[in-house]
Design a protein around this ligand. Structure first.
Ligand code: NAD
Length: 333
């Protein structure tokens, strides 16, 4: 397309992070070229109808042709890989190589996550996160102008379906209970990925590498303890919501093998060892929730990038019941 617009290359376009960016970028006049795994589904259908959004369907693993098509002529890139697509290190490195080869990328924003094991001898690496940190280091070595965003815990992980870790379980008396290994007062960083990744990443592109080259940015707008999360859910939904601290994560559904290991290590890392979600020395380390001054410092950068963020209470009131209804549940009626 010869629109003269700047093109943003994106992968995993139907994922929550990338879709959030595609929607806002298209709305304000960027061209987007996005890899997707399948055209089936409502998000792919929605994206296919947005102005100047081109979808490239196919896998990323071992797919140099698609990767070359993705980056040709693109000036900006937002790369967030996911484990379902196969070896994230190999995919992440191939994407960085492709961006370098294209020769036109001015700013490469990579959605990274930490490797806790390098920060403390007793902290285990979380397998689904540490692979992203390996790729981050590779991108740094390639010398691409790059910025590394670290997503907080998604608000919309919560569901009353029996998925592990963020199950907001409906009780017989119509109250909710969230059961997890986090200490009840431990400050956790939250992110409404669908609402807030797009605007924040767009602002990073607008500021450019002159402002953000080499930086790590905590994409979190709110630090809340589990007790505070439940208080906000209770207020938003007008029914009791209690937090139950449980060192073991219950697994009642079938989950991919890698995710089981991730959950077992989360029990140790955040439950037993109370490690900070963001372990790097550049990140403030809240011990408690919203009132901890370190919590305020941790969210400062993201709030500066994007002031219109959606907090947990708004999520619980406006979005959670809609998502639940879409999942076939009817407690909200
Ligand atoms: P998502 O979870 O919303 O979407 C997953 C994508 O995977 C979808 O696009 C889907 O089409 C695709 N997919 C599903 N099955 C597939 C398969 N078999 N093969 C290939 N693709 C398949 O994506 P997202 O939330 O934008 O990104 C996920 C990443 O975000 C993960 O790496 C995760 O570790 C990271 N992350 C998540 C959280 C959180 O709280 N959930 C926090 C920080 C980081």
């Amino acid at each position: 397309m010869t629109t003269g617009k700047k093109t943003i290359a994106v992968v995993n376009g139907t994922g929550r992070q990338a879709a959030s960016l595609i929607r806002v970028a298209s709305a304000v006049g960027y061209a987007v070229r996005a890899q997707i795994y399948s055209r089936t589904g409502i998000v792919a259908e929605e994206l296919s109808q947005l102005p100047d959004v081109t979808l490239l369907e196919g896998p990323l693993l071992g797919n140099t042709t698609l990767i070359d098509n993705l980056f040709t002529g693109a000036k900006l890139a937002f790369i967030n890989t996911c484990s379902q697509a196969g070896d994230e290190v190999s995919i992440g490195k191939a994407l960085a190589d492709g961006a370098k080869r294209a020769g036109t990328i001015q700013h490469y924003v990579y959605s990274s996550m930490p490797d806790h094991s390098i920060h403390h001898p007793q902290w285990p690496a979380l397998p689904l996160w540490a692979c992203k940190f390996t790729v981050e280091n590779y991108i740094r070595q390639l010398g691409l102008p790059s910025t590394f965003v670290y997503a907080g815990i998604y608000n919309n992980n919560f569901t009353s379906l029996p998925y592990p870790l963020f199950c907001m379980a409906l009780q017989e008396d119509e109250s909710f209970e969230w059961r997890a290994p986090f200490h009840p007062d431990m400050g956790l960083p939250w992110l409404d990925a669908e609402h807030d990744v797009g605007p924040a990443v767009l602002q990073i592109f607008k500021d450019g590498p002159a402002r953000w080259n080499g930086h790590r940015i905590a994409l979190t707008f709110e630090v809340l303890s589990p007790k505070e999360v439940c208080r906000l859910f209770a207020r938003a939904l007008n029914r009791p919501c209690r937090y139950a601290h449980d060192p073991k994560i219950d697994i009642h559904v079938s989950i991919p093998a890698g995710y089981r290991e991730q959950l077992e290590r989360i029990e140790v890392l955040f439950g037993q060892m109370k490690a900070p979600y963001y372990p790097g020395p550049e990140f403030p380390r809240p011990v408690e929730g919203a009132k901890d001054p370190e919590s305020q410092r941790l969210v400062q950068e993201a709030r500066h990038l994007w002031a219109g963020w959606r907090g947990m209470e708004e999520y619980a009131r406006e979005v959670f019941p809609v998502e639940e209804e879409a999942n076939g549940l009817d407690w909200m009626n």
